[in-house]
Write a protein that binds this ligand. Structure first.
Ligand SMILES: *Cc1c(COP(=O)(O)O)cnc(C)c1O
Length: 499
């Protein structure tokens, strides 16, 4: 069999290795790196059941990163999935009212971004070594809230790297902001920008595409890379937990081998749900992917009409990590749908940048029949939190709640009884204001409280302990106090690197 390599979604002629793809982050032509094929599971479930999370991670990730040796990968994986997680299961599957919640928030920052970002610094430094890079790697990241902190936490004090995070000044929760601005580490830089997440993400993409600026960076002994979910090193580790969930379902005799499941994902940049799609292509039996959006329901419209139209106002919601109008990783799905035709993709994305929209062919649309789009409004999000809490005593955050709502909507309108896994993407304690509002009988009691006191109140009411990563942010010193316009992002990078 041919070795797996990577190329850009917008130009298939240039082939690079998986380590080069990880080091570069994003392709120079504006496209995303994609594997030349999606490797198939080649070991029976009987064997996979014997593996713990780390062993399964080595196996799955190894299939996508063929230029890493088994030993190298094991060393990366062991450093990533260790005591930073508050459970040895790493991603526990919790059964609630006939559904399975795949809890992805047991890592260092209480959000699912930890699943991949715990691993990325190790993959990246190993990949840099392999490709003979001696430059210092500068991670440049735009965040809608959770990525920023998870990236800061995982890269801080990793030698040979610097990490620069931009976040929208009005678009992250107080707790998310506090988590970021209190980040310690000599190599960590944080800046709020005047704009929303899409502005921040576009700003970062522009810096990557700026040839002159990259030349300056390079002359100064640095190279830029990305920790956003556009980096293949972010995406691949996410395939693991879907496989793991499936295997644990077999192990617990909840399903038979080969039996189809549904997967529901609260979606923003389309990374998490794309990982589930990759898992299916590897051999996981998935009937439906339920793509759950909040009021920024671009993907809902796209799945239902085949037209992607970002020309609309971005709404700030109580699920801020999904407040996105340009879901970058969708490009990787589209690439698979058009049989890897980089020309078609370049056309679609040139339309998107010129007119704010594109529409896919009937043929491509037929191939997303296993995707179901749904969305929850703000009040539906609150209702769903209250419903799960009152009925089952299960507390969920605002993002997971969007998925839960969309699932219930789906189940009602289709009568589909397929066993279903819901990706649970953040601890409810990351969004205590909204969660309290949803579950408190007196709804208003919390109003005069700051977010930190809300944590305590939520813990008191629910009887659940505040996760350790959130417990002591109140006492931490604010280290980063920066705000700039989108146009000045480059200058912030320059000053952080002393250029
Ligand atoms: C990032 C994030 C999402 C969205 O995930 P994508 O991979 O961007 O689709 C959902 N929920 C939470 C809590 C997140 O942090």
């Amino acid at each position: 069999m041919q070795d797996l390599y990577y190329s850009s979604t917008r130009n298939s002629s240039k082939r690079i290795t998986s380590s080069q793809a990880i080091v570069n982050g994003i392709a120079g032509d504006g496209g995303l790196y994609v594997p030349s094929f999606i490797p198939a599971l080649d070991r029976p479930f009987e064997e996979l059941i014997e593996m713990d999370y780390r062993q399964l991670a080595c196996y799955i990730i190894g299939k996508f990163l063929p230029d890493f040796t088994e030993q190298e990968l094991k060393s990366c994986v062991d450093k990533a999935y260790d005591k930073k997680f508050d459970t040895d299961k790493i991603a526990p599957l919790v059964k609630v009212g006939g559904l399975y919640f795949l809890e992805l928030y047991h890592g260092a920052t209480s959000a699912f971004k930890d699943m991949a970002l715990s691993l990325l610094p190790h993959l990246l430094t190993a990949a840099a070594k392999k490709t003979g890079i001696e430059k210092e790697i500068v991670i440049l990241t735009a965040t809608s809230g959770d990525t920023g902190k998870a990236a800061l936490e995982s890269f801080s004090n990793v030698s040979g790297t610097k990490i620069i995070v931009f976040y929208p000044s009005k678009g992250v929760s107080l707790i998310q902001e506090r988590q970021m601005v209190t980040q310690e580490g000599d190599n960590a830089f944080v800046c709020a920008i005047e704009g929303n997440f899409d502005d921040a993400q576009t700003g970062v993409k522009n810096i990557f595409a700026d040839k002159d600026f990259n030349a300056l960076i390079s002359r100064s002994g640095y190279m830029l890379s990305s920790a956003n979910s556009i980096n293949i090193g972010r995406l691949i580790p996410q395939v693991v937990y879907y496989m793991n969930a499936y295997i644990r379902l077999i192990e617990r005799s909840e399903i038979e081998q080969g039996q189809e499941i549904n997967i529901v994902v609260p979606t923003g940049n389309f990374g998490n749900i794309l990982a589930a799609y990759y898992a299916k292509r590897m051999g996981l039996a998935v009937k439906r992917f339920l793509c759950a959006s909040n009021e920024n329901n671009v993907l809902y419209d796209f799945i239902n009409t085949g037209v992607y139209d970002k020309k609309r106002e971005l709404k700030l919601t109580m699920s801020p990590s999904m407040d996105i109008l340009i879901s970058s990783n969708l490009e990787r799905l589209l690439y698979e749908l058009c049989n890897k035709d980089a020309g078609i993709l370049s056309g679609l994305y040139s339309n998107l940048s010129k007119t704010g929209r594109f529409s896919i062919s009937e043929d491509m649309k037929e191939k997303i029949a296993d995707f179901w789009g749904g969305f929850a409004t703000e009040s539906q999000t609150l209702e769903a939190i209250a419903q799960a809490y009152n009925k089952y005593g299960y507390l969920m955050d605002t993002h997971t709640s969007v998925a839960y709502y969309v699932y219930n909507d789906y189940a009602e309108s289709t009568s589909d009884k397929t066993k279903t896994v819901i990706a649970s993407t953040a601890s409810p304690f990351k969004f205590p204001g909204a969660v309290l509002k949803a579950i408190c009988a007196d709804g208003g009691q919390h109003k005069s409280l700051d977010e930190i006191s809300m944590l305590e109140l939520l813990s008191e009411i629910s009887g659940i302990e505040i996760p350790v990563p959130l417990k002591d942010i109140a006492n931490k010193k604010v280290i980063h106090n920066n705000l700039c316009s989108v146009g000045k992002m480059k200058d912030f990078v320059k000053s952080s690197l002393n250029l």
